[in-house]
Design a binder for this molecule. Structure first.
Ligand SMILES: Nc1ncnc2c1ncn2[C@@H]1O[C@H](COP(=O)(O)OP(=O)(O)OP(=O)(O)O)[C@@H](O)[C@H]1O
Ligand SMILES: [Mg+2]
Length: 261
């Protein structure tokens, strides 16, 4: 369904974001995308969403090469935008409508023009699912961070996409909402690629992990569990943290492999 062959991306030659990345994701797979700050995760999700394009290599969605020219075709553009949905790392960049209702309805009105009654029914269904029904008449900018993230998610889910790309979807969510999101993703029949810095959550978001190194190459493509047990790979990916511990007057420093250690 998603196929990258030797994909590199650089905003300018001096700042690479992705280097020769190749992998394939088949329909229905749930994959976690890991990597340190700046390794290229958000860029990779934007590339799969057709917002940025490879500067070398090729990206195919359902067999078709995704290029700027291809997306200029109105019919293809509409189909692609309905099927592939990206939840941005910062929900504020997605919110611009006067009310939460209009925000969730926006994509539906753009991509499924026609029956406004049907739009209303879908908006209410997805608002209820993510738990924002009581906010439907509020301006989105007045919502809390977690509420905004839920509204953005409802707007994407309303399109019933085939591929859901989620960039740090739990970053603003409290523990209860995080649990709810994991259950929801497991119940949905969609292909998902989800980033997280919360390593203890990674196995809940998918069985397979793609890991980007700080040199923007793909460092690991395989089971999440195997990656999380591989101390050398974790250190290479810079996904361990070390900090000082104080015990009375003495202090020492060591690696923490997981966020619960
Ligand atoms: N529009 C841009 N202009 C210049 N550099 C960019 C741009 N977009 C991304 N980059 C650079 O590309 C690299 C990858 O960025 P990206 O946002 O994909 O990282 P990330 O893995 O999502 O990081 P984080 O964990 O902090 O969200 C970074 O070095 C970043 O500064
Ligand atoms: Mg990012």
């Amino acid at each position: 369904m998603i196929r990258l062959e030797g994909v590199s991306h650089a905003v300018d030659p001096g700042t690479p974001a992705l280097r020769e990345v190749s992998f394939e994701i088949t329909a229905g797979e749930q994959v976690v995308l890991l990597g340190a700050n700046g390794s290229g995760k958000s860029t990779l999700l934007k590339l799969i969403d057709g917002l940025v394009f490879p500067t070398a290599g090729a990206y195919r969605y359902a067999g078709t090469l995704v290029t700027a020219a291809q997306l200029k075709d109105a019919g293809y553009h509409r189909r692609f935008r309905r099927e592939v949905a990206l939840l941005f790392q910062t929900p504020d960049t997605m919110l611009f409508n006067p009310t939460v209702f209009d925000e969730i309805a926006f994509g539906l009105r753009q991509l499924l023009p026609g029956d406004e009654k049907d739009v209303g029914a879908r908006v209410h269904h997805w608002a209820e699912t993510v738990g924002v029904t009581r906010h439907l008449h509020r301006p989105p900018f007045t919502l809390s961070g977690g509420e905004k993230q839920k509204v953005c998610l409802a707007a994407l889910l309303a399109l019933e996409p085939k591929v859901l790309l989620l960039d740090e979807p739990t970053a603003s969510l409290d523990p209860r909402s995080t649990g709810w999101l994991i259950d929801l993703l497991q119940d949905l029949d969609v292909t998902t690629l989800v980033t997280t810095h919360n390593l203890s959550l990674a196995p809940e978001l998918g069985e397979r992990a793609l890991v980007l190194g700080e040199d923007h190459h793909l460092l690991h493509d395989g089971p999440v569990d195997a990656f999380l047990k591989n101390r050398d790979l974790l250190i290479e990916a810079n996904l361990v943290h070390s900090h000082r511990h104080r015990h009375g007057k003495t202090a020492h420093r060591h690696f923490h492999l997981h966020d619960w250690d």
